[in-house]
Design a protein around this ligand. Structure first.
Ligand SMILES: [Zn+2]
Length: 321
């Protein structure tokens, strides 16, 4: 992947990831009067740290000039390397609610604990539950300790350039986008991506992250901006069009789910298999299931579907009188 040419003192670094798709994460450096603000940093590991250092050298930026590292959200491809950078004296910032999710970030058995119980209720087979039970924290996640700075919405303090935090949960519960007022660029992390719609998870029976995600998209839509610099893939030159496409994608999927339930009652697991009939590997099956459940929760809260707990935990359409 090639570097983007960005103006207004913004540097782009495409940093390799240990997997194929997406194969790179976008790291950005924003120039300030007394150094640089870095957005996201890639996965943990010596190899990735060397790659990052090589790129910085090419750009003639020294690690000591980076005065703040901001993580857009708590996924390993965006903050895995943060502890190595903190060891170099670079302070690390995340959104303020991140402290609620640090233990789950560092220990993936905690991360999937509630989801295992929830999956069972939604009709997932034993093999799937065993698979969830066997997940452990990968080394590329690194270890993340309490951030040095907890961000709130609005202008970032201790930074001279006018950078503003927008809380955009959905893909992750602590996801933020950063708005640079000088260039009118929004750094969107994985909230808005150019080609794929980001995965929307279900973490437990309470969360309604698809609803959060749609609200977050509308939030960005209402901010005066020119381009979106995403966490993966190319710069988005027509952000409004992309936002509309993403909303439409989820609308269509919701409609498909309601159509499936018009004539029969189905469990979350059965719906997933009808929506994704192709054979999926363990990871993609989990993502498909989590996302289907996110839709079911969303439709339940909108009073379009209801969950019939007494009848095999199946879902059905709410009949309007
Ligand atoms: Zn990502």
């Amino acid at each position: 992947m090639k570097k983007f040419k960005l103006s207004n003192g913004i540097t782009h670094i495409p940093l390799e990831l240990p997997w194929q798709s997406p194969g790179f994460v976008n790291v950005y450096l924003i120039e300030d009067s007394d150094g640089y603000i870095m957005i996201d940093c890639g996965v943990n590991g010596k190899k990735y740290f060397s790659l990052l250092k090589n790129y910085l050298q090419e750009e003639k930026i020294d690690l000591s000039q980076i005065k703040l590292l901001i993580g857009t959200h708590m996924h390993s491809d965006h903050i895995g390397l943060s502890s190595s950078l903190r060891e170099e004296g670079i302070p690390f910032a995340l959104y303020k609610n991140s402290i609620d999710f640090l233990n789950e970030y560092n220990d993936w058995t905690l991360r999937f604990k509630d989801f295992i119980t929830y999956s069972e209720k939604e009709g997932a087979p034993k093999s799937f539950l065993l698979d969830l039970n066997s997940i452990s924290t990968p080394s590329y996640a690194g270890k993340v300790a309490t951030p040095d700075m907890l961000l709130d919405e609005g202008k970032i303090k201790n930074v001279k350039r006018n950078l503003s935090v927008i809380f955009t949960p959905g893909h992750d519960q602590s996801e933020i986008s950063i708005h640079d007022l000088k260039s009118k660029v929004i750094f969107s992390g994985d909230h808005i991506l150019p080609r794929i719609t980001p995965f929307i998870p279900t973490v437990d029976s309470e969360s309604n992250l698809l609803n959060d995600f749609i609200i977050s998209l509308e939030k960005i839509e209402n901010i005066d901006h020119k381009t979106i610099a995403p966490g993966h893939g190319k710069i988005i030159e027509e952000p409004h069009k992309r936002i509309e496409q993403m909303i439409l994608h989820h609308q269509r999927r919701s409609e498909k789910i309601v159509a499936l339930l018009e004539n029969e009652k189905l469990t979350g697991w059965e719906i997933t298999n009808l929506l994704f009939p192709r054979k999926l590997d363990a990871l993609n099956l989990r993502l498909a299931f989590q996302e289907t459940l996110a839709h079911l929760k969303y439709l339940e809260k909108k009073n379009i579907l209801k969950h019939n707990i007494s009848k095999y935990n199946s879902w059905e359409v709410v009949k309007k009188t």
